[in-house]
Design a protein around this ligand. Structure first.
Ligand code: NDP
Length: 331
């Protein structure tokens, strides 16, 4: 029996969606559960659009891996990422959003209604689709990094930092994420090395000042990672190459990667216009994609701002535009 059928696509590659999977039709489908997805859900639910939201692999999105969020309006004393995401979820549910656990694994946007496969075994068709799938941490791509993932190599200090209490660790990257991770780890670990390939940090001035004034953080400028060293017990060190060509070895037990993110747009790539790095291209000033009735919000379409509050703002815009779109259509 043929489980998959090829679809009409923009590109060469043929995306396959199960044809015999059980299906369900909804008015508005939201994929993703960060600030963008939940805000879209709040607005769509309040507009009586009965949104169904699939949370994805990391319910609550990237903010669930951060500690203190001090820059989201409305929390004068700050809030932790996980608490903030629970608040947003609670607000979406309060207005009737059907929040479900499940991962979007394929999509067919070649015809209406648009369909998205969940967990490879259920198809949801929707009159309007809001993509809020966010972005995922990037890795360096070294073989040794892959080898020690989960055994000393991590992309989330707040998730794994606890395991390196009192030990020496390294964070690679020079942006805000790397500085934030290094600062967090400095409160748990004995010593934190920051491995920065440029002669300067890219992070905001406030974050740079924080790093530079933390006694147990040492920034290794103009160093790049050659190899992560270890044995059967996990990471034991990292071999670095200086700009001058000289190689140095640093003893560490934890290696935290904080070099940026990749948008989670892969399953839509055959249908939706994207830039060369996979960020969904929206019509300027709107969440509209090249497909009518398909909207994108949050980090999956934003490589510049990437803040929780900007993601929430575009989530609101996506729901308002979905409502307007549905109001002009007869299904
Ligand atoms: P960025 O893209 O800003 O920084 C990535 C860092 O990793 C850069 O220093 C970059 O170096 C380095 N890097 C990239 N690839 C490699 C590589 N292969 N090897 C070594 N180093 C590498 O990503 P962030 O995740 O830090 O930040 C993303 C956005 O989110 C930013 O706009 C940031 O301001 C924001 N943000 C805000 C926070 C807050 O306000 N609290 C917290 C975290 C992020 P190079 O400079 O040489 O390219």
């Amino acid at each position: 029996m043929e489980l998959f059928k090829p679809l009409e696509t923009k590109g060469e590659e043929i995306k396959k969606v199960k044809t015999d999977a059980p299906s369900e039709h909804v008015r508005v489908l939201i994929v993703g559960s960060g600030p963008a997805g939940y805000t879209a859900a709040i607005y769509a639910a309040r507009a009586n659009l009965n949104p169904v939201l699939y949370e994805g692999l990391q319910p609550g999105g990237q903010l669930t891996t951060t500690t203190e969020v001090d820059n989201f309006p409305g929390y004068p004393d700050g809030v932790t990422g996980p608490v903030m995401m629970e608040d947003l979820k609670g607000q979406a549910v309060r207005f009737g959003t059907d929040v479900r656990f499940g991962m979007a694994t394929a999509a067919d946007l070649s015809k209406e209604p648009y369909s998205v496969t969940i967990d490879d075994d259920k198809v949801i068709t929707a009159d309007a689709l809001i993509i809020a799938t966010g972005a995922t941490a990037k890795y360096l791509g070294l073989e040794s990094e892959e080898k020690f993932k989960g055994q000393g190599v991590s992309a989330c200090a707040t998730c794994d930092g606890f395991f390196y209490k009192g030990q020496d660790v390294a964070v690679v990257g020079g942006g805000d994420t790397a500085c934030e991770e290094a600062t967090y780890l400095s409160g748990i670990c004995n010593k934190v090395y920051m491995i920065v390939r440029k002669p300067y940090l890219r992070a905001s001035k406030a974050m740079q000042d924080r790093v530079m004034s933390t006694k147990n953080i040492e920034v290794l400028f103009e160093h790049s990672t050659k190899e992560i060293l270890g044995d059967s017990n996990g990471v034991t060190g990292v071999s670095l190459k200086k700009e001058s060509g000289e190689e140095v070895k640093v003893d560490i037990t934890g290696f935290f990667v904080a070099i940026g993110h990749q948008p989670n747009s892969d399953i839509f790539k055959d249908f939706i216009d994207m830039d060369e790095t996979g960020y969904i291209q929206t019509q300027p000033g709107t969440p509209k994609t090249n497909i009518p009735g398909v909207f994108a919000c949050g980090d999956v379409q934003d490589k510049h701002y990437r803040q929780a509050v900007t993601a929430a703002g575009t989530g609101c815009m996506a729901a308002l535009d979905a409502e307007r779109y549905l109001g002009t259509r007869i299904f």
